[in-house]
Ligand binder design. Sequence first.
Ligand code: PMP
Length: 293
Amino acid sequence: MPRTAYVNGRYVPHRRAAVHVEDRGYQFADGVYEVIAVQGGWLVDLEPHLRRLARSLGELAIPRPMSDAALRHVLAEVRRRNRVQDGMVYLQVTRGIAARDHAWPKGLKPALVVTAKSSKGPPAEAREKGVSVLSMPDLRWKRCDIKTTSLLPNVLAKQAARDGAAFEALFVDEAGRVTEGSSTNVWIVTKKGRLLTRAPDAAILNGITRQAVIALARAAGFEFEERAFTLREVRNAAEAFLTSTTAFIVPVIAIDGTRIGDGTPGPLTRRLNTRYRDYVARAVRAGDRRHAS
Ligand code: PMP
């Protein structure tokens, strides 16, 4: 089935979808994005994604391309036209098209692109057996809370992980503390059974999956704290895992070749995973299918 993309007001065949050479997203990575998971035709946690998008745009003084109601419609329509039941919807807003100059002219119209594709998420093996990760210095800027398309350090880190046969690269700041993964948030369970993830400061993206898992951990009464932890604490942890829209919850069983815990997905990770899957399944069943066909 041919795919369809939305580009600046038009639904076009995906293979012919294109933006202008002077789109500031292309020239300066001057834009933001969101990736929203689709499960059973439902756009998972759509509202928090829209709120985060509005925040990212606001921080960069990029006007909203359209109202949230119109955007919900476009997202649903792109999902529907691509017949995605399980997969993702991608949206990107750039500052717009202008003659190349670092500073931008007044009155630019932001550019909006939306695509959708079916996918099964991370391989079952990663989710069931866990994955290895590598650590890497965090070379990024000081506003990682903004979900910008400017992802070069993340791209290089993920490639280095892949070249090293690892699933993810964990960024470590100058004080030896883990910030986040190249496209995931990082969690550990200490040997005392305390669940930790870094507080949402400017060094990390406040993941939507992260926020959902925090709510689930609190509801379940797990001992939980939002605080930064060091690479050493990861090595000494009983369990570790990653969260993201596309990976959901992925157990981490080794870092830089050192086993974490007993080298298998831990019990708390498994319980949270079950709760997260139930949460998504419940939401699909509950008929929150406004965006489904
Ligand atoms: N951190 C970074 C750097 C990311 O790119 C992502 C994925 N968008 C995440 C964390 C996880 O965020 P979310 O749960 O919203 O996908």
